[in-house]
Design a protein around this ligand. Structure first.
Ligand SMILES: O=C(O)CCC(=O)C(=O)O
Ligand SMILES: [Fe+2]
Length: 528
């Protein structure tokens, strides 16, 4: 679900605060957000002028000619006027610019006139050091050696094998998860059903925007273990994008078959991993039984038709999943790129940059987003220029054999079906969600920009996960991982973009939630 992208109020507030003290027109902020596909940080970067460069002995901007003239008095003022070498006409000019001149724009306090004022060419020859000479050939916006060291940047990395995925991300990739026949039957079933799925719509500032893919939501029929005997479908009034959803559909039978297989794999993987204190502690088990750590009781499904359908960078809303959820994501049909990128905490930004990871998700692959993925990473399915058509290796099942549009798929399909199996926690069911002043249930979000030291003795963090200890600059390194979460108003998504701005920090004890893995700390911390 692209929940984290949808909260206009929060995005606007975060973007403005990232840009402080610069101020921008509303429409400028909106355009930047849209261009950045809802990635607030990227939007902020696109709006922020380049930092001012230190004055150099040799003015690069003036180039060779300027250097030849540099014996002139008054050269200093010219340097000032062109101190930012980052001429970028695409950048927006802030209304109150406390900062850097951008070449070619009228900068308050800048001296464009002194820049453009004619100078008498100097004919004097001048001795120049090697350093000065080389500086003339540096790219215009490269930093000089005396400026603050920049955190290294990393080019995007394609992760094609399960080992690589596990090494760099809190995910595991399972390349061929279902029997071929079942994968194919499920693809046909879902593609057929997807004709009735909808594009999500929500308010982004003053516009209604529509998700660039179709989506649907399902509840599992046999959920007796998931809600103390309650009927999740009857009981749950789910809210999405600030409005109640249609009554959810139940899993079609091939989805149920797939879910049983996927559940086993997810539980096996979870048993191998470190657990976080705020993860759900599971249902009680009898002696000798394997604990069931995760039960898929709902599924959200997406259909992307063609290379251009996509979902923007987001982390999934935690409203019903609770903290540190595990989400199992099945891909059927056309292979698409799944992109992951860590959100670097504000206080680490000077030391390291995030890396973008591209994971091709082929037909019948499962990627499990393990605990901490939603707290630490954002993910997306980017639009692509090209895709390879998918030819189902089998004909449609008998119950769909008459469907002409499915029969035609033997020539190739451009569609990808994604099913994310999720566990809606009983202690986060919708009746327990705090409401904002608009009377609408809040959504739950992690504070991705800050990570806190885990309390002593409660340190069941992911230090030993392989992805946290990879090379410098990737993963969150040696830091303890603990997140804070807040409940926020989400009514704005359906109310002309206007919510009440309500937010409060989640307090699991006061809210009576649990049981949590952390409650069992005394018994589990011994197997660290
Ligand atoms: O299509 C995918 O693989 C990702 C979908 C997704 O991120 C979501 O539904 O939240
Ligand atoms: Fe997602």
């Amino acid at each position: 679900m692209d929940g984290a992208d949808l909260d206009t109020e929060t995005m606007l507030a975060i973007l403005s605060s990232l840009l402080h003290p610069l101020e921008f027109e509303h429409t400028v902020l909106l355009d930047a957000l849209v261009k950045a596909q809802g990635d607030v940080e990227l939007a902020a970067r696109s709006l922020r002028p380049e930092p001012p460069r230190k004055k150099r002995k040799v003015s690069q901007k003036a180039g060779l000619q300027g250097w030849l003239k540099s014996g002139d008095k008054g050269h200093d003022s010219q340097d000032k006027a062109i101190s930012s070498a980052s001429a970028n006409p695409d950048k927006f000019t802030p209304r109150r610019a406390s900062s850097p001149a951008v070449l070619g724009t009228n900068v308050p306090g800048g001296s464009e006139s002194s820049f453009s004022s004619p100078r008498k060419p100097s004919s004097r020859a001048k001795a120049v050091s090697n350093i000065e000479f080389m500086a003339l050939f540096r790219p215009l916006n490269s930093s000089d050696s005396s400026s603050k060291p920049q955190a290294p940047r990393h080019p995007p990395l394609a992760l094609v094998s399960p080992d690589h995925v596990a090494q760099h991300t809190p995910c595991t990739l399972h390349s061929s998860i279902l029997p071929q026949e079942l994968a194919c039957r499920l693809f046909y079933t879902m593609l057929h059903a997807s004709r009735d799925w909808n594009r999500n719509k929500w308010w982004l500032f003053d516009r209604v925007v529509e998700s660039p893919h179709r989506t649907s939501f399902f509840v599992r029929r046999d959920i007796s273990q998931a809600g103390e005997g309650s009927d999740l479908k009857e009981e749950a009034k789910y809210w999405y994008n600030g409005r109640p959803t249609d009554p959810p559909l139940t899993f079609p039978s091939p989805m149920e078959e797939a879910c049983e297989i996927i559940e086993r794999v997810v539980n096996e993987e979870m048993r191998k991993r470190k657990r976080y204190p705020l993860e759900w502690a599971g249902y009680p088990v009898k002696d000798g039984e394997e604990p069931v750590l995760w039960r898929a009781n709902v599924a959200a499904s997406n259909c992307y038709e063609g290379a251009k359908e996509s979902v923007g960078f987001h982390s999934d809303q935690l409203t019903y999943l609770g903290p540190y959820p595990t989400i199992a994501s099945l891909s059927l049909g056309v292979s698409r790129i799944f992109r992951l990128r860590e959100v670097i905490p504000t206080d680490e930004k000077d030391q390291r940059n995030a890396r973008t990871f591209n994971v091709p998700l082929r037909h019948n692959s499962l990627i499990i987003m393990h605990a901490s993925c939603q707290e630490v990473f954002k993910h997306c399915i980017p639009a692509q220029n090209t895709i390879d058509m998918f030819r189902p290796p089998m004909p449609p099942p008998v119950d769909l054999a008459e469907e002409e549009e499915l029969a035609k798929l033997s020539e190739g399909s451009n569609a990808r079906i994604n099913i994310t199996f999720r566990f809606y926690r009983p202690d986060f069911r919708s009746q327990l969600t705090p409401h904002c002043k608009c009377g609408v249930p809040c959504i739950l979000r992690p504070d991705m920009k800050n990570r806190y030291e885990a309390p002593p003795g409660n340190d069941l963090n992911a230090k030993s996960e392989p992805w946290t200890s990879t090379s410098e600059g990737e993963g969150s390194g040696k830091r303890s991982l603990a997140s804070k979460y807040w409940w926020t108003c989400y009514a704005g998504a359906q109310n002309d973009g206007h919510g009440c701005g309500f937010w409060k920090v989640m307090d699991v004890k006061a809210e009576g939630r649990g049981p949590f893995v952390g409650d069992m700390i005394s018994t589990t911390s011994t197997n660290k």
